[in-house]
Design a binder for this molecule. Sequence first.
Ligand SMILES: *Cc1c(COP(=O)(O)O)cnc(C)c1O
Length: 539
Amino acid sequence: MGDSIKVLTGGINKTFNNREPWQIMVITATTVLSTVWLWNLINQDESIYSRGKKHFFRLVKKIPMVKARIEKEIGSTRDEFRNDMLKRCDGLLYSYKLPEKGLSKEDIFKLVDQHIEKGNYGWQHGRVSGTVYGYDPDVVDLITTVYGKASYTNPLHLDIFPGICKMEAEVVKMISTLFNGGENTSGTMTTGGTESILLACKAYRDYAREIKGITKPNMVVPRSAHAAFDKAGQYLGIHVRSIKLDPKTTEVDLAAFKKAINSNTIMLVGSAPNFPYGTMDDIEEIGKLGFQHNIPVHVDACLGSFIIGFMKRAGYFVRPFDFSVRGVTSLSVDTHKYGFAPKGSSVIIYSDEKFRDHQFTVTTDWPGGVYGSPTVNGSRAGGIIAACWATMMLYGEEGYLEATKRIVDTSRFIEDGLRKIKGIHVIGKPATTVIAIGSEVFEIFRLSDALSKMGWSLNTLQFPSGIHICVTDMHTKEGVAAKFLADTAAKVEEMLKDPSRPVEGKLAVYGVAQTISDRSLVGEITRKFLSAPYYIPKN
Ligand SMILES: *Cc1c(COP(=O)(O)O)cnc(C)c1O
């Protein structure tokens, strides 16, 4: 330390030797400016290395030859995505403008059926990971009727549809009770888990700005947390400090987590459980950190949903994760996952109204009137609120408890079975219903590819490569889990005969995507992927 100061002052003295006073002034001014510049550079949230890398790739891509080559590759990838999409919708006619005369109901029903029946995977027969969490014609019937009755309602107009507002408040309250909320616990319904998370981030950002004057907010988030946090960071200008995991348990590394907290941290995050591995962070420890530093803690129970809410009562072990944990200030819970409510419903709840109130947006000077809205949307679908409320009333505690037993038993059966298959390993300890596997012997994407050809649709994971199955009520049907294990065992045995073979086909792209150092390129390709379903072939 002493030595480096000596070197520094020595350097400065040498710099100022034999200079005119005006020169010294200019040098001082530029030094101050460049120090400020350097200070900003160092204190940006993104590392210098990461920004340097991005800059490097930006420059490289300006080289004409490189640029042409990249454009050609991206173009052909885009065409491939489009063709895949067209193939999926094969046989359907495209509409390019409104039908001149409205169609008959019969024709519309026929067309709707044709559209809905598309798709290569038998989700009805439990062949798909997650996606459809339960399907019971009786429930669908109820949802349809209730949605129909309330399809024109809109809680934005609380004087016109107060009953819908009461239903929303009750959905929030019932979930708050389930998750050990107190008297002050409050929240709103949203259109999905992503909106619930986005709103929690918005509430904490504005709360921190008002109470602590934080203007350069960051949130400390496990690497395994849902991409919705990154999305919220992009929308709301909050830097996401993504924290590494313990490679064995895949829970967030608590030492690194703690180290990432600073005076600009507006919230801490834990998942119960996370999407990739289905494992759960140590919520008690994260709660403790939040409490010590006076920083709100959000627990993402979007996926855990009613399953994790009922597990303890159903007789399974589950670590504390909800409002019973000191420090936890909010929970996101997806009713449209294991609540079996129609898609487009989720709940965000806070331990205290002071957080929730910062979620609200108010515009006071609009010519249309003083405009306040609790969530992202202005007008909201009262029909979805009513249908969600009705689903919860239909299931009741007993219904959800039984569903939890069915689904968790099936998950454990699958987990035990997978652990017995040589050549693959279960990643971490699945907390609820997601079981992730990897292999040290062969390329794991070969397995998902082979299973896909047999009709199984699983989720693929990166960094490190893995695949997972999210067990739903669809997998609890007779024989489905046993068939999955048998098919997996058979395919793994096949892989082991030729363990060093590389991945081929589409999934190879996924493997390659992990090794592309220029992430902006992966981003560009992803945008092409996203645009493919909006593609309509020329008339
Ligand atoms: C599904 C999910 C979410 C939110 O997703 P939506 O698709 O927006 O409902 C958030 N977190 C986890 C862990 C999830 O699995």
